[in-house]
Design a protein around this ligand. Structure first.
Ligand code: AKG
Length: 263
């Protein structure tokens, strides 16, 4: 039996996010080794996102798959790319990047509401990230997604996570950041309690965030991000995140295959 069926695909395309139980069940130990290595050996983009007056630790890092063999194996050998192709409705799948998000037990720091799309230099309707916890995630530390927000059209203003400053100099073209806690009727959220190896698949334009981690369990997560047939390079108004310096791509080009491999 296939891991996902047509109703998963429809739901993904309607809501912009679905829970896929057990998708990475056989990969939990391998991902754990990779995440622990990454936390102990941060890369050049690693960031600490906890403010001075907040408890706990919110660490993130990305673009480490080429130096962390456990991540490379999951990207190439798990079901991730075939499930990504089905959800996106894409013939081919390109890997964009890996992202580790770690919140220690008792972390106050929320993850701000945001879309990943505006931080990226990639444009296209076909995209998916898998948010893969390798610790049990109670509902109050899980990922939260605004249902249907991947279809909003206007992009939401990207901000810097630690300072809250605008990400680009000119943010006039972006919509204000929504607050589902203030207006839950307008912004219904999808949130799931999760087991190690479950995954949330969500679109690059799905608005998402998370509370801190008030639980007594650390929250270690690997996000893997894929793009589909229609994905093209788009010139943004400044340095993107990830920045991928010296990429030499121009507007409308497919993303270079040597950096963003077809899986
Ligand atoms: O894990 C989190 O707190 C946020 C995750 C996220 O923003 C992402 O995977 O794109």
């Amino acid at each position: 039996m296939s891991i996902i069926n047509n109703s998963h695909i429809l739901k993904y395309q309607q809501d912009g996010a679905i829970l896929i139980p057990n998708l990475f069940r056989d990969w939990v130990e391998i991902i754990k080794e990779g995440i622990d290595f990454n936390i102990n050996n941060p890369g050049i983009y690693a960031a600490e996102n906890t403010k001075n007056n907040e408890n706990g630790r919110f660490f993130d890092d990305y673009c480490n798959w080429q130096r962390i063999p456990e991540f490379k194996r999951v990207i190439y050998e798990s079901h991730a790319s075939s499930v990504a192709a089905k959800l996106m409705g894409s013939k081919k799948v390109q890997f964009f990047h890996d992202h580790v998000l770690y919140k220690s037990s008792g972390t106050d720091t929320p993850t701000p509401w945001h879309q990943d799309g505006p931080y990226y230099f990639v444009k296209g309707a076909m995209s998916v990230s898998f948010w893969i916890p390798i610790d049990p995630v109670p509902i109050n530390s899980s990922l939260r997604i605004i249902k249907g927000s991947h279809n909003w059209g206007k992009e939401v203003m990207p901000i810097k996570w630690l300072s809250g400053d605008n990400f680009y100099d000119d943010n006039s073209k972006y919509a204000p950041i929504p607050d589902p806690d203030k207006d839950p009727a307008k912004y219904p959220t999808l949130e799931w309690e999760m087991k190690p190896g479950d995954a949330i698949a969500f679109h690059f334009n799905a608005v998402h965030g998370a509370r801190g981690n008030p639980t007594n369990i650390k929250r270690r997560v690997l996000s893997l991000r894929f793009i589909g047939d229609d994905a093209k390079y788009i010139q943004r108004d400044g340095r993107t995140s990830p920045p991928f310096p010296n990429h030499n791509m121009t507007d409308g080009q497919k993303l270079r295959e040597d950096w963003f491999p077809f899986i």
